[in-house]
Ligand binder design. Structure first.
Ligand code: UD1
Length: 363
């Protein structure tokens, strides 16, 4: 007999929807009463509803409709709306995936209300105080149960002496990847984008530290121009915030193949066909690894050192010369892809959600 019967999962952004999908399925399979609260942090169809449809997730029980604003405004809005919501829903436990503002706000409200709190994707550290790192550290330190995706994450939690119980479960994003692999394979995105047999790289960039500064976005354009000079096409699915900032900073994307944000299956199929992924996203660094595609991380640090140690992810910030050198090196090394053969996946065995739900059943 489960002591925990009513589970409230709180999410608000695109990557949180992906991380949560396999857990929601597993919770239903195991007859939990599931409440799903969407904070409304992401509200555009391409960043939210499209992912609910593609990942076949239940409709949210409730959407707080918070939307965009400064981080402090956003976190405080979510917190004040969530307080009365959680008091009404009265769950036995709150599940919070990832490191977004929605996750931090939800974790603080659950903790302050004295509701049991579990963090999914606990323990990754970039050791640089970016907004996401602040969020993940604070969430980990007020959680009762922590589900670590990798051994490295578990070690971080132990070293920090977190209050709650930590378990190594594997990464639920990898569960989602495996569950969706056939659909990814079937995507016709490359034909739709007219890529044919062209050699291309995929670029994504949306972090505040990169896009909110005119000089950084200009530097990115310079780097992409350098890649185009090597005879390689650049495909750039653009986050709405990056588009907004580009307009503000008068940036034009000549010769760059700008596309609207893509759905889950299309995005992964696009990356699978790319020579290299250049990104400042956290999740995409892992997905590139699973797809056997080299990654250049456009940040100064990463919370996924596991991918760096495997020598397939290179953390180069926006250093133009280093990036162009690395792109050249990768595309001229026909043996590079061999690195992915027989590679041990540090992110588990695709059964993280099953382990998490089984642990919840025994809590
Ligand atoms: C958030 C997460 C980030 C995650 C990313 C995935 C935080 C601190 N950051 O970043 O960790 O990698 O989601 O995409 O929580 N906007 C729209 N439509 C939307 C949502 C946002 O146009 O549906 C625009 C608005 O201008 C908004 C800006 O994007 O101000 C930033 O949105 P926000 O949700 O604050 O952060 P993301 O950059 O998406």
């Amino acid at each position: 007999m489960n002591k925990i019967k009513k589970v409230c999962l709180i999410l608000g952004t695109r990557p949180q929807i992906i991380k949560s999908a396999p857990i929601l399925k597993e919770l239903h399979k195991n007859n939990f009463v599931v409440q799903l609260v969407h904070t409304g942090q992401h509200y555009d169809y391409e960043l939210s509803k499209a992912f609910f449809d593609q990942m076949d997730i239940m409709n949210p029980t409730l959407n707080l409709g918070v939307g965009s604003g400064t981080h402090i405004w956003q976190i405080s809005q979510i917190m004040s709306k969530l307080e009365s919501t959680l008091l009404k829903l009265d769950p036995d436990i709150v599940l919070v995936p990832g490191d977004t503002n929605s996750a931090l706000a939800a974790a603080l409200v659950a903790a302050k209300l004295g509701i049991k709190l579990a963090h999914i994707e606990a323990g990754p550290r970039a050791n640089e105080l970016t907004p996401e790192e602040i969020n993940r550290r604070l969430i980990d330190h007020c959680s009762d149960i922590l589900f670590a995706p990798t051994k490295n994450s578990l070690t971080n939690l132990r070293n920090e002496s977190v209050y709650g119980y930590s378990y190594l479960t594997g990464d639920t994003m990898y569960d989602a990847f495996l569950e969706n692999y056939d659909k990814i394979k079937r995507s016709k995105v490359r034909e739709k984008l007219g890529l044919g047999n062209k050699r291309f790289v995929v670029v994504t960039i949306h972090r505040i530290e990169n896009v909110d500064f005119s000089e950084n976005l200009h530097k990115l354009i310079q780097i992409l121009a350098g890649i185009i000079n090597l005879g390689i096409e650049v495909v750039f699915p653009i986050h709405p915030h990056t588009r907004l900032k580009s307009r503000q900073f008068n940036i034009s994307y000549n010769q760059i193949n700008i596309v609207d944000p893509l759905g889950y299956h299309d995005m992964l199929k696009l990356i699978e066909g790319a020579s290299i992924l250049l990104t400042d996203s956290g999740g995409l660094q892992k997905e590139a690894l699973w797809l056997g595609v080299p990654c250049i991380t456009l940040r100064n640090s990463t919370e996924w050192m596991e991918t760096v140690k495997l020598n397939v992810n290179f953390v180069l910030g926006l250093k133009e010369k280093a990036i162009l050198r690395k792109v050249n090196e990768i595309i001229n090394n026909s043996d590079f892809r061999k690195r992915f053969r027989n590679m041990r996946n540090p992110f588990g065995d695709g059964k993280a959600s099953r382990k998490i739900v089984s642990l919840l059943s025994r809590t």
